[in-house]
Design a protein around this ligand. Sequence first.
Ligand code: HEC
Ligand code: HEC
Length: 457
Amino acid sequence: MTVLVIGGGLAQAPIPWSMWYRRPLEAFWLAQGLNPHPIRLVRPPVRKLTAVARLGQKLFYDPRLSASGRMSCATCHSPAHAFGPPDGAAVARGGPALKTPGVRAVPSLRYLYRQPIFSIGPDFAAGENDRGPTLSQQAQQATRHIRVRKTARSPRAAAANWVPEGGLFWDGRADTLQQQASGPLFNPAEMDAGTPARVALLLEHSGYAEDFRRLFGAGIFGDPRQVVAEATFALARYQIESSAFHPFTSKFDAWLAGKARFDRAELQGYLAFNDPDKGNCAACHLDRPTRDGLPPLFTDFQYEALGVPRNPDIPANRDPHYYDLGLCGPFRTDLRNQAAYCGMFVTPSLRNVATRYVFFHNGVFHSLTQVLEWYVNRDLHPSRFYPKDAAGRVVKYDDMPARYRINVDTTDAPFHRHPGDPPALTRAQIRDVIAFLKTLTDGYRPGDADRRRAMPR
Ligand code: HEC
Ligand code: HEC
């Protein structure tokens, strides 16, 4: 049962009756599209870029480092698209002629500044004893712990789960932005820069030579590996220092601060996103500020196997024996024998997700409607998403070999439903959740209506 507030012309959205009963004040403000608990967000400080970061900025946009001479970091991580892919291709193409296809969708580079390093287990403190357990020892430990169901009502409970979390790339195989940057630089399907010697030579004969000598010492070009290390360090500094990578200028951020109001669809979407019996999205895509007032990043940094459908548009998938299994390979190799982690990929931030044209690690979906339809109907109507085998049976979770399909999350809502159950979200609620997701796009300018009606602070 729901109630509409009609007062002062502020009729907004139906708030669940139970909320009116338990938390009337909260319900009152929410019903008007306002954040009941406005906060002052702790944003990363905006400072002038250091000289190293400015060098990194130039390198980020410079295609000369690539084999083709036509590809820079910004080609795939487009600044006009939240540093995500500029188009709807499932995977980007790189290499000498920009024809070599990649294997995974290009992620956004925004909001990685709080990405923890890769670990397994709750708050494992590296260095607690001299020789910390290796990852496979941690993984062994983890199998002895029972996993808490993730719900949007108490997402912190799941933080104690012994599950893999953190790291960069869809499989967490790099820990720092510096470590990460040499990946695309030398990846033959990406910039394909060749050898450190080639990169060092290019840089020595470019406009950067002086920058490098000034910042890293007159003799820097005598050591090509050091040149590459400093170049990747500079790229990392740019991504860490520049507020372009963590602007926090979305409507949602304004709403958190009490400076914007949701319209009816956005509010209903927000409620469904947080409702454990509906989307339950906030169980993994955390949307509450941290206790220290840090803005939420819409990820818990944890890994899950969701069993998204195989994408025939990825050329590598033409080989029926090829599978991208995330944590257990093929690109990271240290967890190859941890069968329980096969098929797991990191939970991405949903900030700016509405600016994307490809979704999930394999870019299989091309609109948020498709994504939400899949979330809601994966196990209710699998034939809509998965192909049939020779015997005419629908092959659920077809992008994983049969023996690993048991890893797919079937306990957390909305994935705990069975054929015949009502869907977690109706069509109209799906539209609302998408309206809410659009409030996560940076670059919001408060309209007059918002300013007039926002709560006084
Ligand atoms: C050909 C397209 C392409 C180019 C060029 C490219 N990247 Fe990427 N980038 C990707 C893809 C694809 C991934 C995800 C790969 C994976 O998960 O295995 C990625 C991942 C990343 C990540 C990790 C993001 C995350 O969410 O964990 C960072 C950081 C990054 N790239 C930075 C860079 C930098 C810096 C450059 C330039 C030196 C660059 N990229 C050039 C395609 C590209
Ligand atoms: C159990 C944890 C969990 C829950 C609950 C969950 N997600 Fe996700 N979400 C993930 C993971 C993990 C991925 C990446 C999976 C992959 O690529 O294989 C993901 C990916 C996505 C993506 C694609 C993002 C991108 O950059 O490609 C969207 C959009 C999304 N989720 C929205 C939602 C919405 C909306 C809900 C609620 C209906 C929801 N999620 C519920 C874990 C979760």
